[in-house]
Write a protein that binds this ligand. Structure first.
Ligand code: ZN
Length: 254
């Protein structure tokens, strides 16, 4: 017969957002049957493992594969929580150096905003879950989604749940969570295809071809041009530019 296990578990800070039918921010006494990894145990409470940065059992850090023992006392801390846990957490080898993203199909507006701020953001309107998970894993991209089931897949190591359905608040969630305001580089990514925007000068061998796209009345006054090497669009600082800059300043101050 399978053994019964009694454990005490506590979730910290925003991990409580995921708990349903359990007391929040308090010790939870939990009974289950049969051997189980701490990853599975945490996820049976509705908390995706990608949201978790640190797990302590009797005060000692463990990794996701740890097999839960009877009477264990488990503390679970959120990802990117601003506690100083450097050097303690064994869950991931190292944080991602550059914040790169892949977004699920429901987050189109957020994708556009992230590109506007210069973040490498992979997004397409049609993609299935396996594709999203694969891209996240192979390209080390942080998977942003509103679907917590998606983040429960073991292969996903970096990802988090977008709580809000309002794109403006979604953007703030990402900037806050990853502390990204200092890394904002406006107009360095193409809003349409995520290509890296480059300067367009007359040294470019296709300069004259590119300039054919620019309306003559713009060429009269515009001096600086940029272009996207992937989708071959040309940009200049028109009135649209000023309103985007204003939005970016507002975002920085959010
Ligand atoms: Zn482009």
């Amino acid at each position: 017969m399978d053994q019964n296990f009694f454990i005490t578990i506590r979730f910290y800070e925003e991990l409580n957002d995921f708990l349903k039918n359990h007391p929040l921010k308090r010790d939870i006494i939990h009974k289950f049957t049969g051997r189980r990894s701490v990853k599975d145990l945490i996820e049976c409470f509705g908390v995706p493992h990608t949201e978790v940065e640190l797990i302590l059992v009797q005060g000692e850090p463990v990794d996701f594969s740890y097999t839960v023992q009877n009477n264990d006392r488990i503390s679970v801390f959120p990802m990117f929580e601003r506690l100083n846990i450097k050097g303690v957490s064994p869950l991931r080898e190292s944080p991602l150096r550059e914040s790169r993203f892949v977004l699920d199909v429901h987050l189109g507006k957020l994708a556009r905003d992230l590109r506007m701020l210069g973040f490498d953001t992979d997004y397409k309107r049609f993609r299935d879950d396996s594709e999203l998970v694969g891209i996240s894993s192979l390209e080390n991209r942080i998977l942003l989604t509103r679907d917590r089931q998606l983040l429960m897949r073991k292969i996903v190591t970096h990802g988090f749940i977008i709580r809000s359905d309002d794109p403006k608040i979604q953007l703030r969630e990402v900037l806050d969570r990853l502390d990204l305001r200092e890394e904002i580089k406006p107009f360095t990514r193409c809003l349409i295809c995520n290509g890296r925007i480059d300067e367009l000068t007359n040294e470019n061998e296709s300069y004259s071809d590119f300039m054919k796209i620019v309306p003559p009345n713009v060429q009269i006054w515009a001096r600086e041009y940029t272009y996207c090497p992937l989708c071959l669009k040309v940009f200049w600082k028109g009135s649209h530019y000023e309103s985007l800059m204003k939005r970016i300043r507002q975002i920085r101050d959010l």
